[in-house]
Design a binder for this molecule. Structure first.
Ligand SMILES: NC(=O)c1ccc[n+]([C@@H]2O[C@H](COP(=O)([O-])OP(=O)(O)OC[C@H]3O[C@@H](n4cnc5c(N)ncnc54)[C@H](OP(=O)(O)O)[C@@H]3O)[C@@H](O)[C@H]2O)c1
Length: 325
């Protein structure tokens, strides 16, 4: 039986859209059908580069195109709700970049509409689909080295300071926490669940967004020490300290990487994975398959996971006093 080719549209022709389109081009049963940018010339250039059928100079035109089977939203965080709602209103399944929105209230509104319209919505938390991350979580679940006692996870890089760029601009959701702190938090929620208590502190850029955020998640029998920073390059590892050994997702843990197992005697085993794409192909394949099967939600990156993630980000923001708008 022939497999239906899923025709994708992308909203926002920025950095991550380019990587996504690269990986999309490696998947046989999915293709880039349309790209929409605020700037038509930019859309046309992007469309030429990735062989799209259509290039639109505004997002609404893409959302109104009945040939689009799925939309990937690649705009800054503060637009995720608006652009998701635009597409869901046109009954188009939405894969929306992380964080799904700016706060829980926005996420709930998006989930409500997805349910009302019976139309698929999923947060593009690509890490959950990556084999090395699943491998580490699987070992933890099986208690390969006994109970997990401590997680240490970081994510840091140092972009050039530019007040107009997305990462530093408060009006479009800048800061380290929402952009990269979300990954160490996701590692903690995926391995230890919701914490009993959160302690967080942050430093800020002159624009008012957090330059660095330190978080301690306290659990009954474990602790997670998490960090995000836009001030330095860090190893970006997730190290799980268990009773009888260590499971270390090597840097950068959120993207295709390897896992080192260290037993109680210090013996190390390196597990590598045969990655052939940037890593977005895994979420694209999952989402395309959900569409072919007519599903209205993901069984992997569930609404519950998105709710937990944004609720935790909301709690951390409250502690560090970071208010958007
Ligand atoms: N999963 C991942 O690995 C990953 C990595 C990086 C980023 N992300 C997520 O992807 C989203 C976009 O990040 P990015 O790094 O691709 O950002 P970016 O390079 O700045 O691109 C964002 C695009 O959004 C559109 N846009 C619409 N209104 C805008 C405004 N007022 N200011 C700036 N851009 C606006 C622009 O596209 P047009 O001009 O074409 O309309 C712009 O090119 C963020 O939510 C981020 O969290 C995910």
């Amino acid at each position: 039986m022939e497999t239906k080719t899923v025709k994708w549209g992308i909203i926002g022709a920025g950095k991550i859209a380019t990587k996504f389109a690269q990986d999309l081009s490696t998947i046989p049963d999915a293709k880039l059908y349309a790209i929409a940018s605020i700037n038509l010339e930019k859309a046309k250039k992007f469309g030429m580069e990735f062989n799209a059928d259509v290039a639109y100079g505004n997002y609404g035109q893409l959302a109104s195109d009945p040939k689009v089977d799925a939309v990937y939203i690649a705009t800054p965080h503060s637009f995720h709700k608006e652009h998701t709602i635009l597409c869901l209103k046109h009954d188009i399944p939405v894969l929306c970049e992380k964080p799904l929105a700016m706060n829980l209230e926005e996420v709930e509104a998006m989930i409500r509409l997805s349910k009302e319209k019976n139309t698929l919505l999923m947060e593009a938390m690509w890490t959950i689909f990556l084999p090395h991350f699943k491998y580490a979580l699987d070992l933890l679940e099986k208690k390969h080295f006994g109970e997990l006692k401590k997680l240490e996870a970081d994510f840091g890089f140092k972009p050039e300071y530019d007040e107009t760029s997305r990462l530093f601009n408060k009006s479009i959701g800048g800061g380290s926490l929402l952009d990269i702190g979300i990954y160490p938090i996701f590692a903690a929620l995926s391995s230890l669940g919701n914490p009993d208590n959160i302690k967080a502190n942050a430093e800020f850029f002159p624009t008012g967004v957090d330059s660095e955020c330190h978080m301690t998640f306290q659990y009954k029998n474990a602790v997670a020490n998490l960090k995000s920073t836009l001030k330095e390059e860090t190893k970006t590892e997730a190290i799980f300290y268990c009773e009888n050994g260590i499971i270390q997702i090597n840097g950068r843990f959120h993207e295709p990487s390897s896992v080192t197992l260290i037993d109680s005697e210090g013996n190390q085993t390196l597990k590598t994975f045969d990655y052939k794409t940037i890593g977005y192909s895994y979420e694209i394949e999952h989402f395309s398959q959900l569409i072919r099967e007519g599903r209205t939600k993901s069984n992997i990156m569930t609404f519950e996971k998105s709710r937990e993630l944004i609720s935790t980000l909301d709690l951390v923001r409250k502690q560090i006093g970071l208010v958007y708008k």
